[in-house]
Design a protein around this ligand. Structure first.
Ligand code: CA
Length: 233
């Protein structure tokens, strides 16, 4: 892991923020910290950290608003949400706004570091080896720009999270094939993470809203009942 990897911690609970920052520094990361949403967003936009660890309930500006602003600014930082237990709505909303992952409080340092490394690996894997011809991919009405993290469809442009791009890449590389949820998990997430097959469904729902003309009647990401999905260009 590069010692220059820069992590921004946005968390208003002092003991948790300090503990996180200590643990991250001990792992050799360059750590920035903020105790409210406004300061966190300002630091994110100024410093462009590799990863933002973002609490949701924050003074001055909540985590969703920070996340939305980060994505609207096309900042390439990965975002891991630190959410309170049982906030199912928050989780869905977080992915909707382009979060890359989340951990549920209280979490262990070990769990957080595993998630963080997984997010960094995905980020590392994407940029290099991306041939110029691969940066933009067209299918149907969509143009995916892998370098800009966007999809353009019917004249509208939307942001895509790293995870959405990763899943889309797996679909594109396996066009026309039926992919089981477990296969998608292995290919797009990696084995040492903790997503469930429900994570796949959640990301497919998000992707459909962005790439399908009618997400209720999808033409590209087709459900194969009892198995998984098939991607059709
Ligand atoms: Ca908080």
């Amino acid at each position: 892991m590069s010692p220059k990897t820069r992590i921004l911690v946005v968390e208003d609970e002092d003991p948790l923020r300090l503990a996180l920052c200590d643990a991250l520094r001990a792992e050799g990361f360059d750590v920035l910290e903020a105790a409210d949403g406004e300061a966190g967003l300002a630091l994110a936009l100024r410093e462009g950290p590799d990863v933002v660890l973002l609490d949701l309930m924050l003074p001055k500006r909540d985590g969703y608003s920070v996340l939305r602003a980060i994505r609207e600014d096309r900042l390439a930082s990965a975002v891991i949400i630190l959410s309170a237990r049982g906030e199912e709505w928050d989780r869905v909303q977080g992915f909707e706004y382009g979060a890359d992952d989340y951990v549920v409080k209280p979490f262990s340092t070990r769990e957080l570091l595993l998630r963080l490394r997984a997010v960094l690996r995905r980020a590392d894997g994407e940029a290099p080896g991306l041939a110029p011809s691969d940066r933009k991919v067209r299918f149907g009405e969509c143009e995916i720009d892998f370098a800009a993290y966007t999809v353009a469809r019917a004249g509208a442009r939307q942001g895509l999270s790293r995870q959405e791009l990763g899943l889309l890449r797996v679909f594109l590389e396996n066009s026309g094939k039926v992919l089981a949820r477990e296969t998608l998990l292995d290919l797009a997430w990696g084995r040492d993470e903790f997503p469930t097959t429900r994570t796949v469904d959640m990301h497919v729902l998000k992707l459909r809203k962005k790439i399908e003309r009618d997400p209720e009647d999808p033409r590209h990401i087709v459900t194969v009942h009892g198995v998984g999905y098939r991607f059709e260009r």
